[in-house]
Structure formats: structure tokens, C-alpha cells
Write a protein that binds this ligand. Structure first.
Ligand SMILES: Cc1cc2nc3c(=O)[nH]c(=O)nc-3n(C[C@H](O)[C@H](O)[C@H](O)COP(=O)(O)OP(=O)(O)OC[C@H]3O[C@@H](n4cnc5c(N)ncnc54)[C@H](O)[C@@H]3O)c2cc1C
Length: 499
């Protein structure tokens, strides 16, 4: 069974951005149709390649490159050749080419990674955007999914079977990078620990071009690595086999909005809720711009804290009972507004995530994330810095992790009792430096209070030291050993910022 609709949307986005990029290139008059060295040399191979390709120096190259990241900021790194294979077999061809030509290979599934790890100087960029297939085995509650299948596509295909999966909180994030780096998705405390813990097996193209199935019984060390290595993985995943879950019958949410001056109370409420370990519930806090503040309000009054609980219940009664109990906490009376017991749904939340009227919008963005056991201190440390954020889109996401005993058969090995993410978002290229500097300031305040960091949402190009902090002392060197074993000739691009 193939889900093409998400691909059509992806193609629409690609086309729009590609079109804008192409117009820009034409206007600048800077790109003529000419073949580069790589393109000349590889022309016969490219003619046979089952998929599309563009080489540096060719007319469409800049618009293709510009369309690779999900966001509007494109890192100034240029691969020699971009390949978009149309099948898993073509992926193996591309890996063999890369090895023969001694060109290192970087991989992209959805292009959401904040470090844009898929963009490297030189070598080949393998864009897996065409691989969006899905095969569902409803009886055994499993599915094989390809790496570019969007979160929303998976939810939509599972819904008629009464099944679900802890996909990312944004409709467009696909399976590829999300699962490799852990995956903190919907209902994460109740459906596995991280989404990668629900990967039962995977099909991987190795550096020698061979395609293997990895599972607990087949290439177990590769299976260990792909469940958490993120941007440090040394193979191409062309399919994952997922453990699915029974879809909730009733999803309800309650949210309480606190003035920013009451951040401490909001944090205490979130922590009290987490300690009560409510059934089937996902908890979070968002620090965001307050759109209701009058223009002459102070900087602090332009910010707010929203504490939110979503219950994935087995019935309306069960969901309402959990939320009703949480809403009775005395600290909720200090909120300036509350929106309680609202019916919602997995698909509804997923669609809302890309609704420009409801979300925090799109644009240029940069992120740093930590795991911490000292949430109140982190909130105190970042509070003034957040008030000083120049962009109204800049926000923090705070998510308690109630289920955090990590299995040893996965490289994902760093966790704390709360996830904190600093997300700066802006529109104009002229504001890049100011926003990157703001994020650096946020990192400097958060990191001393961290137990570790989250590989899916850190930028190794800006600071390679962050990578090691995403893994335990045992997992980090083990990943290096396995990389040497499975990719002895360095076919795959190294960790971001390290080579
Ligand atoms: C809007 C938005 C919402 C997000 N929401 C969440 C969320 O709710 N929870 C969460 O945990 N994270 C979230 N993220 C972070 C997300 O998990 C990471 O950005 C992840 O890397 C995205 O996956 P991708 O396929 O787009 O990766 P890409 O950017 O395409 O790839 C990043 C790197 O991952 C590796 N990679 C990707 N695919 C493959 C493959 N098939 N085989 C081998 N290596 C591969 C490569 O090293 C590649 O360079 C979000 C990001 C964004 C932009």
C-alpha cells in the first residue's frame, strides 16, 4: 500500500521553494547552463540512474540545494552532486557510486534537522524524498514505513485500522531522521520511551552497497546503533518496521495560561502534575510571546507560559476524569486563563501544527535542547534572556519525561526528568546573526544545568562538543567503533562539524 498524498504535499512545498529559488537565480543572472567536472565524469552513470540528479554548476543546482532544508535558512555548504533516487534499489546504486568515486555521502529524508547535517561541502547529497511507502499489518500491529513518510501521513493511514504511533508533533516531520535520533512524539510516555524504541527492525544499505535487515537477531549491533545514533549513523535506512499501538478512543486537552511573572508557579504546576503521573497523559509547557499584551506593556508582559495536558484516553469518561483531577490543582487558580476539557485528536493536532493561524509559524530557525533534572533552576536561568528575545516567534518547549528507564539495546542513552528546547525563529536574513547569538546565550544559560542533550535537536556545526553530550560514556565510543567496522573507508559523511 502506498501513501502518495503526503508526497504530493511535499512536492508542492518543494516546487514552491524551488520555483522561488530558480526565479532568484534567474534574476541574479549568475547561473548559466554548464556541466561541472563531476557532472561530465558521471554523465553516463547519471543517464542510467533511476531517479533525478543535479550537479554543482548546472542551472537548477542552486534552487535544488536551496529547497533541501525544511526551513528558510540554508547553510552555506555545497555538495557536488544531489541524487534523488526513486527506489531502495537506486539508493544502493548511489552508495556504490559514492564508494567508487571516493565521494562522501550525506543523507536527507525530510530536511528538518536543525544542523542541516545533509548539506556538506563536496560529495553526494542523497535525497530520499521519494521513499514514502507504507505497508500495514493490522493483525500484528506492525508496519514497514519508508523514511520520507510524513508523521501526518502515517497517522492518517493508521487511523482506519484503529492504530497509532508516537510520531513527531509536527505533520511534516518524516520517519527517517526522527526515528534515528530518538523521537519524542505524541503520547511518548505511554507508547515506548522514545519512538526509536518501537523500531522492531530496519532495512539498511551498508557502505559496501549491500542491503541488510537489522533486528535484535540480525546485525544486532547495527540495530543498537540505529536506535539513537541520529546524525552519526553509518548506513542508509530505506525502511523501518514499527510496533504500532491501539489508537486512543478519546483525546482531550486542558491548558492554563500564566503571565510570565508567574513562571515559577507555572513550573511548579507542571512538576506537580508530572509527579502525580497521570494515566495516558502527555504534559508540556510552552514559553511564548503573548499576543494579547497591549503595545505599551513591559517586555515581560509580552511573554507568557502555557501549561498543557493531553490525555489519550480509552474513553471520554477516562480522559475527562484525568483532566478533571489535574484541573483541580490549587495552582491552576493563578492562571490568567484556562481552556479545559477540550476534545481534540491525533490528526487534528498534527494538522494544527502546520496551520499558520495556530502555530508559531515557519521561517528561519535555530535550536538547542537539553535534558535536565533541575527544571526550576533552568527556568530561572533563562527567564530574563527569553524576555529579551528579539523575535516574537522565539519560544521554549518544556516536556517532563515520566517514563525514562532506557533499554540497553539502543544507542539512545541520554535522558533526564525534563526536556527543554530553546527555539529561535525569525524571518529576515539580516537578523540571522542576532538570532544565532541569542541562541548561543540561551545555550550558555541552560547547558550548565543539563544532564545531557538531545541529538535530534542540536547543531554540531556550530558546536561539535554538543554531540558527545547526547550519549552515555559507553555509547559514544561504541558508536565510533561500530562506524569504523561498518564504514572503514568513510563512505558516509562524519558527525556534523567533525570533518
Ligand atoms: C517543525 C519541526 C518539528 C519537530 N518536532 C519534533 C518532535 O515533535 N519530536 C522530536 O523528537 N523531534 C522533532 N523535530 C526534530 C526532528 O526529529 C529532527 O529534525 C529530525 O532529524 C528530522 O528528521 P528528517 O528526516 O527531516 O531528518 P533530515 O534533516 O532529513 O536528516 C538529518 C540527518 O539524519 C540522518 N538521516 C536522515 N534520514 C536518514 C536515513 N534514511 N538513513 C540514514 N540516515 C538518515 C542523516 O545524518 C541526515 O543528515 C522537529 C523538527 C522540526 C523542524
Amino acid at each position: 500500500m502506498q501513501d502518495r498524498s503526503s508526497g504530493e504535499k511535499a512536492a508542492a512545498v518543494w516546487t514552491r521553494r524551488g520555483f522561488i529559488g530558480a526565479l532568484g537565480a534567474l534574476a541574479a543572472g549568475s547561473h548559466t547552463v554548464r556541466a561541472s567536472g563531476a557532472s561530465d565524469q558521471l554523465a553516463p552513470w547519471r543517464d542510467r540512474f533511476p531517479g533525478r540528479s543535479v550537479a554543482r554548476g548546472e542551472r537548477d543546482y542552486e534552487s535544488w540545494r536551496d529547497a533541501m532544508p525544511w526551513q528558510m535558512y540554508t547553510a552555506p555548504r555545497r555538495p557536488e552532486l544531489i541524487l534523488r533516487p526513486d527506489s531502495a534499489a537506486a539508493v544502493a546504486d548511489a552508495v556504490r557510486l559514492s564508494r567508487q568515486q571516493n565521494m562522501s555521502l550525506a543523507i536527507k529524508s525530510g530536511g528538518h534537522n536543525v544542523s542541516e547535517a545533509f548539506l556538506r561541502n563536496g560529495g553526494i547529497l542523497l535525497d530520499l524524498g521519494e521513499l514514502q511507502g507504507i505497508e500495514i499489518d493490522a493483525e500484528h500491529q506492525t508496519a514497514w514505513v519508508q523514511p520520507a513518510l510524513w508523521s501526518h501521513g502515517l497517522l492518517r493511514m493508521l487511523a482506519p485500522h484503529g492504530l497509532a504511533f508516537p510520531v513527531a508533533h509536527c505533520a511534516t516531520v518524516p520517519m527517517g531522521g526522527y526515528l534515528l535520533g530518538g523521537g519524542l512524539g505524541y503520547n511518548h510516555d505511554n507508547w515506548g520511551i522514545l519512538a526509536c524504541h518501537s523500531v522492531l527492525a530496519a532495512e539498511v544499505v551498508l557502505a559496501n552497497g549491500e542491503t541488510v535487515i537489522t533486528s535484535p537477531d540480525s546485525y544486532p549491533e547495527l540495530y543498537w546503533a540505529l536506535r539513537g545514533a541520529g546524525t552519526g549513523f553509518f548506513g542508509v535506512v530505506t525502511r523501518y518496521k514499527l510496533q504500532l499501538y491501539t489508537a486512543p478512543q478519546s483525546v482531550y486537552e486542558s491548558a492554563f495560561i500564566f503571565p510570565f511573572s508567574q513562571l515559577q508557579q507555572a513550573t511548579s504546576l507542571l512538576q506537580a502534575w508530572a509527579q502525580s503521573r497521570p494515566h495516558d497523559t502527555e504534559l508540556m509547557m510552552l514559553l511564548a510571546h503573548n499576543p494579547m499584551a497591549p503595545p505599551d506593556a513591559s517586555s515581560a508582559e509580552h511573554k507568557m507560559a502555557i501549561v498543557r495536558a493531553v490525555v489519550y484516553g480509552s474513553s471520554v469518561d477516562a480522559a475527562q476524569q484525568v483532566l478533571g483531577a489535574l484541573g483541580k490543582h490549587p495552582l491552576t487558580t493563578q492562571a490568567m486563563a484556562g481552556n479545559e476539557l477540550q476534545p481534540t485528536g491525533l490528526e487534528q493536532m498534527s494538522v494544527s501544527s502546520v496551520d499558520a493561524r495556530m502555530g508559531l509559524g515557519f521561517g528561519r530557525y535555530a535550536v538547542d535542547t537539553i535534558w535536565t533534572d533541575r527544571l526550576p533552576q533552568v527556568m530561572e536561568a533563562i527567564s530574563d534572556h527569553f524576555i529579551g528575545a528579539s523575535s516574537a516567534k522565539t519560544h521554549f518547549v518544556v516536556s517532563p519525561k515520566m517514563n525514562r528507564v532506557l533499554p540497553e539495546d539502543a544507542a539512545f542513552s541520554m535522558i533526564g526528568d525534563t526536556f527543554v528546547g530553546a527555539y529561535t525563529m525569525w524571518d529576515e536574513a539580516g537578523d540571522d546573526d542576532a538570532n544565532f547569538a541569542w541562541l548561543k546565550g540561551a545555550s550558555a544559560r541552560m547547558r550548565p544545568l543539563a544532564v545531557g542533550q538531545y541529538i535530534n535537536e542540536v547543531d554540531g556545526f556550530r558546536d561539535p562538543s554538543v554531540l558527545q553530550r547526547c550519549f552515555s560514556r559507553q555509547a559514544w565510543p561504541r558508536l565510533a567503533t561500530l562506524r569504523r567496522k561498518y564504514d572503514p573507508h568513510g563512505v558516509f559523511a562524519p558527525w556534523p562539524g567533525t570533518g
